[in-house]
Structures are given as C-alpha cells and as structure tokens.
Design a protein around this ligand. Structure first.
Ligand SMILES: NC(=O)c1ccc[n+]([C@@H]2O[C@H](COP(=O)([O-])OP(=O)(O)OC[C@H]3O[C@@H](n4cnc5c(N)ncnc54)[C@H](O)[C@@H]3O)[C@@H](O)[C@H]2O)c1
Length: 351
C-alpha cells in the first residue's frame, strides 16, 4: 500500500491532508507533538484533532515526534519509506515568533532541513510538499499602492488586479522572525529540488482555514474570529481601520492541490496558494459575514497600531498554479467555509 507521511498532522492543514490521502487509498502516518499548545497555550491544543483522526481515519498511525529531533526524523523515514511527504508542522505565527526566535527557527528552518535530508537519503523520488507562506514576501505587498473602498483596501495598481504573484522578490523587506525562518525553509526546499533533483514544491499560503483549526489570537484569523463571535468575546482589530484584506482557502482545497501535484510532480516549484480575490475579505467584512451565519453580533475593539509587517491587502495571484494544474480550482466559497467553521465551533464549545 502506498504510504504518505504528513507532519503537523494534528493541525489544520495536516489533519485535512491525512483524511484526504486516506480517502485516496493511502496508508497515512502523521507526525505531531502538540507543539501548538506549547506555542499558544491551552487554546492551541491539537490533541482533540489527533484523537479525531485516530477515531475516524482508517489505518491512521500517529507518531509522537518533534521535527527538531534529527535522528528521530531520519529513523522514521527509514522505517516508513513514504511515497509522498507533506510537511505542515511549523511554528505558524508571525506575531508569536519574535518572543521565541530559537523555537521558531529550529522548528521552521532546521526542522524542514531534517525532513528534507532524511527524504533525500531514503526516498528522493517521492514528492515533497512544503507548506510555506506568503510571509516569505515580507511586507513587499505593502509597497503596492492601495485604494480605500467602503469596507476594504484594494490594490490600486492594475498590474495586481489578479493578486500578488510569485515573481515578486522575497528579498529586502520586513519579514519578521517568522517570515525569515520560513524563507530559510522555502529556499532550502527549492534547493533540494534544484540541486538534488527532488520533486519539491513550496506552497506560499494566504489564509488557510477550515473547521478543524485550533484558532488563537495570534494565528488562525477566521477560526479565532468565529470563536470570539460565538462566545461573545471581544475581537481586537490592529490598525488599517479593520479594512485589511486576506484571501481564505479551505484546507480541503489545499489537500486537493497536493493530489494534483503528486499525480504530476515538478521540481523546485513555488506556488502562491490561497483563496484568491473571490474568497477574500477584510476583517470588517468578515464580521458581517460571520454575524449573518451565526446570528450573533460581533464584539470588537480597535487598536490604532497595526501589527508590524502586517499586509494591508493580500490576495494570491493563482495564475501560475492554474497554468501548471488547470484542473485545480477554489471549490469552497467563503460563505460555505464560514458556515463550516461556525458549526464546528458550536459543537466544540458545547462539548
Ligand atoms: N493556516 C494558515 O493561515 C497558514 C497560512 C500560510 C501558511 N501556513 C502554513 O501551513 C502549515 C500548517 O499550518 P496550520 O494552520 O495547519 O498550523 P497548525 O498550528 O494548525 O498545525 C501545525 C501542527 O504542527 C505541529 N507542530 C509544531 N511544531 C512541531 C514540531 N516541532 N514537531 C512536530 N510537530 C509540530 C503543531 O502541534 C500543529 O499540530 C504551516 O507551515 C504554516 O506556516 C498556514
């Protein structure tokens, strides 16, 4: 049976990928150590999602391992010999990273190298898919002039009408500690593709979301926003009048792209992967949309200072990805994503 190894398997993206590869007939092995609870406290705990996979995904095997454990990672790869590796374990928060730079870099950069090198030694022909981030562009998107609309900012330069492209430089801009550790990993994943001829790709995600996120204030924008809405907690907006724009992609659409890549792998590719303009919203718009679904008024407050390096407007230009994989599309619209997140939080909060 073909075997897939998924790191960060208890997280949002990893858990969706595990389920989706199992549905496609893979034997799925997950690697996670609930580090999200260490990064973010009890609200970030992902054990519930691990338990869900173990209960619901036939044959799923959980490995309690830290990606920073170099010999442990190599031993696991030697034992499993996966035909595909999806690397979604990370310290994922731009804002948390500054307080824990060693944990951030060791996990994101060195952890990725541990997996890459183990994969090169054991299964160099297996597609290696890395969850990178749009933060590798630093705050370059903020150099594009924007225009202010009623409830959102939008790119004013028509060259960006389709969104932000991969052709942008990732150099000489404000990345924050998180963006820098992800750049290190992203470039290393490319290099294992170019230098060692492995089928690697970096997926530079916009906001990846879905019902199985353990959303916290510092990571998981829509999940956290919905949780606040349902609990009647105040959501804090940081700067830009609340009109900052994010593109949102359901984690199932992320997994679906991975199947396309595995069927037709390429080398050293980078793709922006997000919901694109059609699935974008500002924070103010997200409040309205969530209120419509939940029937509850959103409580929120405003902090004048924006988060350092926060994008004013970002939506992914998906044209490169679509030109390589024309069958892939954004299949779950924002309204449906929000309905799923609201129902999931309703169930989890009453447990
Ligand atoms: N969710 C988003 O909006 C988004 C956007 C862009 C990129 N990404 C990237 O996608 C990937 C997955 O994000 P997510 O939203 O699913 O995050 P998540 O926090 O929900 O999942 C990550 C999982 O990795 C695990 N993990 C963290 N450090 C680990 C370590 N040292 N060893 C083993 N396991 C560890 C965590 O416990 C968690 O379960 C990350 O690389 C992230 O940077 C996410």
């Amino acid at each position: 049976m073909k075997l897939a190894l998924v790191t960060g398997s208890s997280g949002l993206v990893g858990s969706e990928v595990c389920r989706s590869f199992a549905d496609e007939g893979y034997s799925v092995h997950g690697l996670d150590n609930n580090q999200r609870a260490v990064f973010f406290g009890p609200q970030g705990d992902t054990r519930w999602n691990q338990a869900r996979l173990q209960a619901e995904v036939p044959g799923f095997v959980h490995h309690e391992l830290d990606v920073r454990d170099r010999p442990g990672v190599l031993a696991l790869l030697k034992e499993l010999r996966p035909v595909v590796v999806v690397h979604a374990a990370a310290q994922p928060s731009h804002d948390r990273a500054a307080a824990i730079p060693f944990d951030d870099f060791d996990t994101n950069a060195a952890g990725t190298l541990n997996l890459l090198e183990a994969a090169r030694q054991v299964c160099p022909e297996s597609p290696f898919i890395f969850l990178s981030t749009n933060k590798v562009y630093g705050d370059r998107p903020n150099q594009i002039p924007v225009r202010e609309l009623g409830s959102r900012w939008d790119f004013a330069d028509p060259a960006f009408a389709e969104g932000f492209p991969e052709s942008s430089s990732i150099d000489q801009s404000n990345h924050g500690v998180f963006g820098a550790s992800k750049v290190a990993a992203d470039v290393m994943v490319q290099e294992y593709g170019r230098y060692f001829d492995m089928p690697t790709c970096c997926l530079r995600g916009g906001c990846l979301t879905g019902p199985n996120h353990s959303g916290v204030e510092l990571h998981g924008f829509l999940s956290y926003l919905v949780r606040c809405n349902l609990k009647g907690d105040e959501y804090r907006v940081f700067g830009y009048k609340g009109k900052q724009v994010r593109d949102n992609l359901h984690s199932l659409d992320v997994a679906r792209f991975m199947h396309a890549f595995v069927r037709n792998p390429r080398r050293a590719e980078v793709y922006n992967l997000g919901g694109g303009k059609e699935n974008s919203c500002s924070i103010l718009e997200a409040f309205r949309l969530v209120e419509e679904v939940s029937g509850k008024k959103q409580r929120w407050s405003y902090v004048e200072a924006n988060r350092p390096g926060d994008h004013v407007c970002y939506y992914s230009d998906l044209r490169k990805l679509r030109s390589h994989y024309p069958d892939w599309r954004v299949s779950i619209p924002l309204g449906e994503i929000l309905q799923q997140i609201v129902s999931a939080w309703r169930a989890r909060l009453t447990r």
